[in-house]
Design a protein around this ligand. Structure first.
Ligand SMILES: [Zn+2]
Length: 287
């Protein structure tokens, strides 16, 4: 059964580790991430962007697939199904479809509108036992076509949104989505510390987990980050393994064109990446 991310993140915050959010795109992605979590006794958050939701034909399909897998694969570790960077309407659709967690990304709206929408969603999520992530300060890189600059959130605005009763808070601290450029300045721990001192025990969320150096990840966890989003890294490892299979001509040998064979190395590669991240974040055996 899907669970809210609240309890797993509170435990992570108190235990000084982080739970990974791994974004899904299809059946192979979902299966790889769920098996990695189960085999390593780790809690896990499945992230679905609005674009990926559309790609999978809609949120109801996603909920059906994930719930089916939890049962058929005997998944017993805590699993949250979470909308990643949702608009207000996307959030309402996921609540209706049976997600257990949502992120409302009001970071592109004026703060007053972000506050009003967040308030409304706090109320609905509390009624439904769902967790809610809010975002302050746009996170750099590309988010479903919207390109941000990697700015730092205003700690006072973070406090204002945190006080509305959200479960977890994403704040820009110089992090960006996708691959980091060579001239990236690194995370702003000064901003993170300021946010932490104003928001207390609120679990903080680090987006754009792909390519942040390991020592920075560990320091961020020490400073209150309890959820780290990973997306691009799974895509890169899937693509590399699939490329290797095809370049070796394996799709042309025997029944190597069978999608169950063709997609197997990529699926295993996603699993390996997920396990590597769970080790780094410290969530193994924390289910
Ligand atoms: Zn993000």
């Amino acid at each position: 059964m899907l669970v809210s991310a609240k309890e797993m993140l509170e435990k992570a915050r108190a235990g000084h580790y982080a739970v990974g959010q791994f974004n899904i795109n299809n059946l192979e992605w979902t299966k790889a991430i769920l098996l990695a979590a189960q085999e390593n006794n780790s809690p896990v958050i499945l992230g679905v962007s609005e674009g990926a939701g559309k790609y999978m034909t809609g949120y109801k399909t996603v909920v059906g697939m994930v719930n089916g897998m939890l049962e058929e694969l005997n998944i017993t570790v805590p699993v949250a199904l979470h909308l990643d960077h949702g608009g207000y309407e996307g959030c309402m659709k996921c609540i209706e479809a049976g997600f257990s967690s949502i992120m409302y990304d009001g970071s592109h709206s004026p703060i007053e509108e972000n506050v009003a929408n967040t308030k409304e969603l706090v109320k609905i999520c509390a009624e439904k036992g769902m967790s809610l992530e809010a975002e302050v300060g746009s996170i750099g890189g590309e988010e479903d076509g919207v390109v941000g600059m990697g700015e730092c959130a205003d700690p006072q605005e973070c406090k204002r949104i945190a006080d509305l009763g959200v479960t977890m808070l994403a704040a820009g601290i110089g992090n960006i989505h996708g691959k980091y450029p060579a001239n990236w300045k690194g995370l702003s721990f000064e901003t993170l510390e300021a946010i932490k001192s104003l928001t207390g025990d609120m679990p903080l969320v680090l987006h754009g987990g792909t390519g942040i150096p390991e020592d920075m990840i560990k320091k961020a966890i020490d400073l209150g980050v309890a959820k780290i989003n990973v997306n691009t890294e799974c895509q890169l490892s899937f693509a590399a393994a699939t490329r290797e299979y095809i370049e070796a001509g394996k799709d042309q040998q025997g029944k190597g064109y069978d999608p169950r064979k063709l997609l197997a190395p990529g699926t295993e590669a996603i699993k390996a990446t997920v396990v590597e991240k769970m080790e780094l974040f410290g969530s193994i055996n924390k289910a």
